[in-house]
Design a protein. Sequence first.
Length: 433
Amino acid sequence: MYTKSIELFERAQQSIPGGVNSPVRAFKSVGGTPVFMKSAKGTYLYDADGNKYIDYIASWGPMILGHAYEPVVKAIQEKALGSTSFGAPTELEIEMAELIISMVPNVDLVRMVSSGTEACMSAIRLARGYTGRNKIIKFEGHYHGHADSFLVKAGSGVATLDIQTVPGVTAGVANDTLTAPYNDLEAVQQLVATHKGEIAAIIVEPVAGNMGCVLPEPGFHEGLRKLCDEEGIVFIFDEVMTGFRLGAGGAQAALNINADLVTYGKVIGGGMPVGAFGGKKEIMQHIAPLGNVYQAGTLSGNPIAMIAGFTMLTELKNNPSIYTELADKTEYLHKGLQDALTEWGEEPFRINRFGSMISVHFSDFPVVDFTSAAAANNQFFNKYFHAMLKRGIYLPPSAFESWFLNNALTYADLDETIAKTKESLAEITVPVP
Ligand code: HOZ
């Protein structure tokens, strides 16, 4: 069934570290061989062996409208005929910036980059340059890409591989990154009081997606916002996952919170390698060439990435009902999974959901931060993952990742997913504690 994937993984390990170009894909925590994909259309993935899957990753977010969405593919094809890169400005970059500004609150200026990592890295450099301070606060289990400053108590692959300290990140850099538990406002207030006048930025995943989906508790972001205002700290929303997914205005609009800077990643490229950071003019005007905070990139604003993103964001802007449809489908899935797991009754569980982000935690208690996410029965998740995979349901290969729904999913696909969950649960033997 996975003959070709097994063969490709063997071969990949000869030329690519660990056989993959991003660690979560290696299936290290769930075990087994990663499935090598060949193509996808709508909500269906097809692997190298010809197996078909219903996709719950959506390329970790961006495939909101499904794979190979025709207007996006057509726009890319047409644009490529006029060159794939100039290293010089284009009108399309202005249109893209104007579109983002028209959709998102509190963004006066936006700078395109090529990945979410680059966006977050540049945003904290800007915050440091703007405030003249060195330290930042991030949250345990949050992942803001792999720049040195963020690889402290990070989520996603760092949590999946259980890497406590990342070799190569200097103590100096690590010392400037302070961490607090997500949803623990008091811990953040204490950090700020201890390091008064030293904190340049607080960066947060507004709805966390790199330790599974974990929701902000009421008042948490409001408290952070107030603290940042009082202490002159730049408040950064990392919207790499939530931007244009929770709604056209991202988490800022969905949660009714104003951030000073926002960062974006893959979502704004419709699946192409893109990122961006933006925010208030007062801060953004410190970026070169307006100011001296240097940041650059030959492929920034790349025409193929811009046209893919512009086409997808335009669809999202013009069809706001997409978000209601997505939220309804996610709620339907939630209920179906909830009923299936309750009826089976052999393992405690919690389901977290916000918009079209959802995750199942095999836990007896609410999952509200990294400690509770890590304390769940993630070995059981791994079994569930494999039981679903072999039935054609492609979930994230780690309990420390959110699931992302795409709007090509039909209710029949959701029913199939729920039915396959029932079959999977019936198959899994619960180990005697
Ligand atoms: N860190 C990404 C999700 N949170 C995973 C990216 C990938 O492995 O492709």
